[in-house]
Design a binder for this molecule. Structure first.
Ligand SMILES: *Cc1c(COP(=O)(O)O)cnc(C)c1O
Length: 386
């Protein structure tokens, strides 16, 4: 095992042993790593110095090293736009990066069972990597999770438990019970998970020097991971300047942006969250205060977008061949606003993170151009299509 200390990014208290959260209630993170990149095939090996635990490469399913695709949408917005396509990860979202590193730790530490609290992408990701590593998995989901979603989790052989009760409390309850029962819970902002997300920053920096990075934000784990990745690159002398990071939230559930706008140091629970972007609808994000601190410290941005904008941009991305889920289209919707207001200047290099695949959530989708035809009429049917 490597040597490290954990630190609370909010109160500054340090820990020599592994804890899930600080005694002040906030998340903890590994102190910054420094290093240099190596020539190797995978992101894990190229940035070998930067992980708190040695990645167990035989447990890898090929997560990370995702494409950075130049977008046609940039032209009409007057910027150079690149899309970091995380939908091609093994379970179709960036969550796999964090799950892989967390499971690497769990196996080394001798855990037999891992768990998570999620209804969507993280549930599938933890179930898949537990299967890969031969671990048991306990997946705690809210009562309202749809059967279709849960099938895509239980297929991996995990125990899926629908919990009736306050979903916000479930996060903290799971950490308590995990300790008691010897189950390693890999929740949304688990310190190893956040480390795994740094790879997104490293891969972007390998290809270009962005001025802005748009990050769909719910619990705040992804935002913290990408931020820490860029900060470690700068402290290692591998980049000269940090990009401006932009947290993007759905208007119908935006506890972090609201607190930021009001100049507050702490988030408050967002009552009655309602948005089509279910993957970013955490009303009381466990890393909310930590993200808020980063936004204040670096003078970064927080932008909200509404459901109509999200659905429109989901369609526009599909029109250039990228089908993402609603949460993942929020970056483009935010970019449109910021480019229009001049907050993102003309010609800027911008990266938007496409966090997860559209195939995961089809229920809200309009049907598109689908028609019926008799075989005898086929020529006419084909001719009449556009
Ligand atoms: C989890 C998730 C997010 C948000 O990540 P957080 O770490 O919870 O902030 C965004 N988009 C998709 C598709 C996700 O699955």
């Amino acid at each position: 095992m490597r040597t490290w200390r954990l630190i609370c990014p909010v109160c500054g208290k340090t820990y020599d042993k592994l804890v899930q959260r600080c005694s002040c209630g906030e998340p903890v993170e590994f102190e910054h790593f420094k290093g240099e990149p190596y020539i190797a095939k995978t992101i894990w090996e190229r940035f070998w110095d930067f992980w708190p635990v040695e990645p167990e490469m035989e447990l890898s399913l090929g997560e990370g090293d995702t494409p950075l695709v130049k977008s046609k949408l940039g032209k009409e917005l007057g910027v150079k736009l690149y899309l970091k396509n995380e939908t091609v990860n093994p379970t179709w979202s960036f969550k796999d990066r964090g799950t892989f590193l967390s499971v690497s730790y769990a196996v080394k530490a001798g855990h037999k069972t891992v768990g998570t609290v999620s209804t969507g992408n993280m549930a599938a990701s933890v179930a898949a990597y537990a299967a890969r590593a031969g671990l048991n998995a306990k997946i705690l989901v809210s009562e309202s999770a749809s059967d279709e979603k849960l099938k895509a989790v239980s297929v991996y052989g995990a125990d899926v438990i629908k919990v009736r009760g306050d979903y916000g409390r479930l996060y903290f309850e799971s950490l308590k019970l995990g300790e008691k029962l010897g189950i390693y819970f890999i929740n949304s902002d688990n310190p190893f998970r956040v480390e795994g997300y740094k790879g997104i920053a490293f891969e972007i920096a390998e290809e270009l020097t962005p001025e802005y990075v748009l990050i769909p934000t719910s619990s705040g784990g992804l935002f913290r991971g990408i931020a820490k990745g860029f900060i470690e690159l700068k402290e290692s002398g591998l980049i000269e300047e940090l990009p401006t990071l932009i947290a993007v939230q759905a208007e119908g559930c935006s506890p972090i942006c609201r607190a930021f706008k009001e100049g507050k140091a702490r988030i408050e629970r967002f009552e009655n969250p309602k948005t089509v972007a279910k993957a970013i609808a955490n009303p009381y994000p466990p890393s909310g205060n930590a993200v808020l601190k980063l936004l204040h410290e670096f003078d970064w941005k927080c932008t909200t977008v509404d459901d109509d904008e999200i659905i429109e941009d989901q369609r526009e991305l599909a029109e250039e061949g990228l089908f993402v889920q609603p949460a993942s289209a929020t970056g483009i919707a935010a970019l449109k606003k910021l480019a229009k207001s001049g907050e993102i200047e003309e010609g800027a290099k911008v990266v938007s993170i496409l966090t997860g695949s559209g195939l995961k959530v089809l229920s809200h989708m309009p049907a598109g151009r689908i028609s019926n035809c008799l075989l005898e009429e086929l020529e006419n049917c084909i001719r009449s299509g556009s």
